[in-house]
Design a protein around this ligand. Sequence first.
Ligand code: NAG
Ligand code: NAG
Length: 350
Amino acid sequence: MHQWASLAAAAALLANGAVAQFNMLRFACSQLVVDRVDPLVNPGMRYTPHLHQIVGGNSFNLTMTPVEYDLAKRSTCTSCSFKQDKSNYWTAVMFFKHKNGSYHRVPQVGNGGPQGQLINNGGLDVYYIPSGRVTAFAPGFRMLAGEAANTDDSKVPRGNICHRCWTSTNENQFVGGAPCTGSDTVGIPQDPSCKMIRQTIIFPACWDGQNLDTPDHKSHVAYGKGSGATGGGSCPSTHPVKLPQVMYEIMWDVSAFADRSMWPESGPAFIYSMNLGGSAAHGDYLFGWEGDTLQRAMDNGCNLNADCPSAGLTAQKPEEYNACTIQQQAPEPVDGWLASMPMGEMAVRA
Ligand SMILES: *[C@@H]1O[C@H](CO)[C@@H](O)[C@H](O)[C@H]1NC(C)=O
Ligand SMILES: *[C@@H]1O[C@H](CO)[C@@H](O)[C@H](O)[C@H]1NC(C)=O
């Protein structure tokens, strides 16, 4: 069960000479909706500049004003494993570009690996990785990792946002080492031999201790000295409060697009919904755990996606969290072959 944690600990050993075994939360979140809505970057806007895939509590809405809009109270279900987690998590969507000019959304599947299979209906997997004593997020907290308009791979630390080519069709066939190490790349692999592409987004784990948000949704948090999924490392004096390290993992199933004859003559076959590559990958996070359940989960060493009575955590069955979905608030087709990506004329540059 702890093989990957050992890998992470080994990476921490290389980085700072200390070995720490730790438990962490690791759980599935199925698709709540695929929609052009973004209450963090574009509150109130319908048909945001690009399409997102969203998971978590069903109170997800166009406008979610910090504190005032209480996700935990308003949500009546969550598409994530733990019943107590009404947070919202979202990212851009990956598209395959056919050489005939049509686009197809790349499906997302569950994640396997040495820590056990997670069962998803679309969506992504979420990790909360503590290192030492951590302070859970406060109600109303939100943040953004990555930059949706970035076109320069060299501006992205590969230890935080990365992609891995998964050459096995079996997601339980673990490929490679700890996240964002080895041959992982900032760009999206463009290789027909990849059966899946795993995207990892690691959030900053250091907080200024004061602001629930800032205008850029980033300045209130900072990355620590660590790299990769090791809990974040020590925090800078400007952002001294150690948070749980939030990590998203998305398994993009590209196996239906392996036929090279469908690929564009030039340029990438796989792109994100901004019509940009991996350097523009980003993740949005709105904290919404009930009461102090996340703090207690961290304090009590709750592990993976199992029930954790000491923290009041209950793990739902896949059929329960899969049943939590909402309607698009910006209705448009997002499935099948599309003549254009859902952005076009209605796009407003973020
Ligand atoms: C979304 O916000 C609108 C307007 O404030 C509100 O009427 C609606 O009930 C909200 N939807 C959900 C799912 O909370
Ligand atoms: C492109 O190819 C796909 C797959 O064969 C097809 O469904 C779609 O209609 C084609 N689009 C155009 C514009 O010909």
